[in-house]
Design a protein around this ligand. Structure first.
Ligand code: GCU
Ligand code: CA
Length: 722
């Protein structure tokens, strides 16, 4: 569309060859690294993104000519900066207080006067003589902090405040043809040239943060050329999920419940690299407008943790004054964070958000009004963290255990041991008398994940083309099953043979239903059915799942070869239900050692009961007990977990309201280890213990009780491993 002159940097006619090289390199890297099997987008994973994936947050610096009091003269602005004592080290040290890993400098901003805080030979808008950008890069790199440059796409504020910020005549002369900088395409050409200019003058710049997009940039393959010229530079995209860019940024919405919640406003599925940007001051512009607005510590810390808990980066905007200094409320917040974050840093840095595709316990809404997030260490998935931002009423906290066996729980900030118990798929912390005002962090040390049923295949009654049910059980989060907007719809899981199904866990794809750009719905009303032959079905459960992010669990407590999930309605019926992965648990995890809350305990109702799971006689723990059939050979079996091989005490809690003993043999891993008599107790509501010693292997052990008399077994509550 315009005459190109080779004197002004790479030009579109060279781009065909460049793009081909980029694509070849990317394909080779994927093949070698095995990064992904079915590339949904060209740059879903790329080594240049490593510093962003390792980061928790960045600091967004909207700082330009219209920073209060505002300047129209480039020289006057520069003199005010230098005269005010601006130093790059200040921003670097403030970023360190926030544990931020990158700075995004937004001076070339449509509403801040389009100023370039670096020297440039390209006329058109202000460029300073002093190289503030270069000084910032040098200072930041000395502290291992990256610098990303903001570039606006937008010409519409060219005459903001009645001042014309663009010099089209000067740029036209430079370009050798007429360019109207006030138009989107003319501005696109101008800014396009500036990308190459600043990459040439600042080759160690770490990337660009691009506000929306400009057609001129797309038409001229700008992004391909950036990657070709500087393979380590990243490109972040605001508001639009442009596949070639490394990261999508979203402005963190207000109006969430709770206010700090992020995921409801988010529409891009992981593992796409994602960032949330939000400003720390409670009111005023994104840039310094003369006010020293207050900072809501709870909201900002909540958002920071919400993002960590969802594997989203936080880009925190602070409003630097002309001399670079932040207003005192923001400076004080940075100082606060500098002392607040270090004691809990291991729960933030080097972690993934828990409960979704990376494993771990689910975050979101917990018991008694509690709300928050979990994280899981990238290097050791047995190190997990619970961030309670909104505390529960009372002193007990309960979370789904995700199938992990809990060994120890401490309050990470205080180091104090926390009493816990585990059973029926839940970890319960008790006796918590003091909560942090913003974020109580529990470190939960696990001893592995158990009870996940393998070898399950899936079919569905409806699927969208290319999104079949096999995607549900293939272990990959890059593909998904899609209901094709069908309700009711069923997913049938075949376990190969009759097996206990303690629970079903479901990872619904996180393009959430409450954001307009989203495409996926979540399950509302459901049923669970079982079958031995895949033709006659028994409904064992029906209910409603919450409209919430993270893995959802449905307790089943039945043994069958076929387990069916029937979805009768979804929260957004206009959207398609999408599920990345689901899995069956054949047993609940037990605690691997007493944590002040007693020994590990496996409820009979989590195993297989040759009889019925009843709850009519009070005093049992969990949700019921096994009432075996009254017959010789009636069984009750559970899976217990041991951290170490060796002899352990198995304690069976039972009730026998009859007048004679109900003896049963005890078989561990197929070997009879003894017989327990289970003598009478005062009534069916009087529960007591019977124990024996048995050798266990490390990991899962199958414990089976078999009745030896016509009365069958007693009522069986749980097995504890001592
Ligand atoms: C009663 C009692 C049951 C018990 C049964 C039995 O029916 O309510 O809980 O299992 O007796 O004798 O086994
Ligand atoms: Ca019975």
């Amino acid at each position: 569309m315009t005459q190109q002159s080779t004197a002004r940097g790479p030009r579109w006619w060279r781009r065909g060859a460049i793009a081909a090289v980029v694509l070849a390199l990317t394909a080779a890297m994927v093949a070698v690294l095995g990064v992904y099997d079915r590339p949904a987008r060209a740059d879903l994973q790329n080594p240049r993104q490593d510093f962003l994936r390792a980061s928790t947050s960045g600091v967004f610096l909207h700082w330009g000519m219209l920073t209060s009091p505002g300047y129209t003269s480039c020289t006057a602005w520069e003199n005010a900066i230098t005269g005010g004592g601006w130093s790059a080290d200040y921003w670097v040290s403030e970023a360190q207080k926030l544990r931020a890993s990158y700075l995004v400098l937004a001076t070339f901003h449509s509403k801040l006067g389009y100023g370039r805080a670096w020297p440039s030979s390209i006329p058109g808008t202000c460029a300073t003589k002093r190289d503030f950008l270069g000084e910032l890069i040098t200072a930041a790199h000395a502290k291992n902090i990256h610098v990303i440059l903001y570039m606006t796409n937008d010409a519409q504020w060219h005459d903001l405040n009645g001042h014309e910020w663009m010099d089209s005549a000067a740029f036209s002369k430079y370009a050798g043809h007429t360019v109207d900088l006030d138009s989107q395409s003319g501005f696109g050409e101008y800014s396009y040239d500036n990308f190459f200019d600043v990459m040439k003058s600042h080759p160690t710049l770490d990337g660009f943060w691009i506000d929306n997009d400009n057609q001129y940039w797309l038409d001229h393959n700008l992004y391909q050329q950036i990657y070709q010229l500087h393979p380590n530079m990243t490109i972040s995209n605001n508001n639009e999920d442009t596949p070639i860019m490394d990261m999508i940024s979203n402005e963190q919405k207000t109006g969430m419940t709770p206010a700090y919640d992020m995921p409801q406003a988010y529409y891009t599925a992981q593992p796409r690299l994602t960032e949330a940007d939000y400003k720390l001051p409670s009111s005023g512009a994104w840039w310094y407008d003369g006010s020293n607005s207050s900072v809501d510590y709870g909201l900002n810390i909540g958002r920071y943790i919400a993002n960590v808990g969802n594997t989203v980066l936080s880009l925190m905007a602070e409003t630097a004054q002309v001399n670079g200094k932040f207003p005192s409320n923001q400076a004080n917040f940075n100082n606060f964070m500098n002392t607040y974050l270090p004691p809990i840093w291991e729960s933030i840095s080097g972690t993934y958000g828990g409960g979704y595709m990376y494993g771990g316990m689910p975050g979101g809404a917990w018991n008694n009004g509690a709300y928050g997030y979990t994280t899981i260490s990238k290097s050791n998935p047995n190190d997990q963290y619970i961030h309670v931002i909104t505390k529960p009423s009372g002193s007990t906290f309960r979370v789904r255990d995700g199938g992990y066996s809990v060994s120890a729980v401490t309050n990470l900030r205080t180091g104090a041991a926390v009493s816990f118990s585990q059973g029926n798929g839940y970890l319960t912390l008790s006796g918590i008398s003091s909560w942090d005002q913003y974020d109580t962090v529990f470190k939960v040390v696990m001893s592995g994940r158990t009870g996940i049923t393998t070898g399950v295949t899936a079919t569905a009654s409806a699927s969208a083309s290319g999104h079949g049910a096999a995607n549900l059980v293939d272990g990959s989060y890059l593909n998904y099953w899609d209901s094709n907007k069908t309700t009711p719809v069923t997913i049938t899981l075949d376990q190969g043979s009759a097996k206990n199904a303690a629970y079903l866990a479901i990872n619904q794809r996180e393009d959430t239903v409450t954001q307009t750009a989203s495409s996926s719905a979540r399950i509302k009303a459901y049923k669970i059915l079982t079958s031995s032959n895949n033709s006659s079905w028994t409904t064992v459960k029906s209910g409603t799942l919450p409209n919430a992010r993270g893995a959802q669990y449905i307790d089943i407590g039945a043994s069958a070869r076929y387990i069916r999930l029937e979805v009768d309605s979804t929260y957004a019926s206009s959207k398609q239900l999408r599920i990345d992965e689901l899995w069956l648990g054949n047993a609940y995890a037990g605690a691997s050692s007493g944590g002040g809350g007693g020994s590990s305990r496996v409820e009979s109702e989590s195993g297989t009961c040759d009889g019925t799971i009843d709850n009519n006689h009070t005093g049992f723990s969990g949700t019921g007990f096994c009432n075996t059939n009254n017959a010789v050979g009636a069984t009750s079996s559970v899976t217990v977990t041991a951290t170490d091989a060796g002899d352990a005490t198995l304690t069976f809690r039972y009730a026998n309201g009859t007048t004679s003993s109900r003896p049963m043999t005890v078989t561990v891993n197929g070997t009879v280890v003894g017989t327990l008599d289970f003598p009478v107790t005062a009534s069916w509501t009087t529960w007591t213990d019977a124990s024996l010693t048995a050798p266990l292997v490390s990991g899962s052990n199958t414990v089976v009780l078999t009745a030896t008399t016509a009365g069958g077994g007693p009522n069986l509550d749980y097995v504890a491993v001592g």
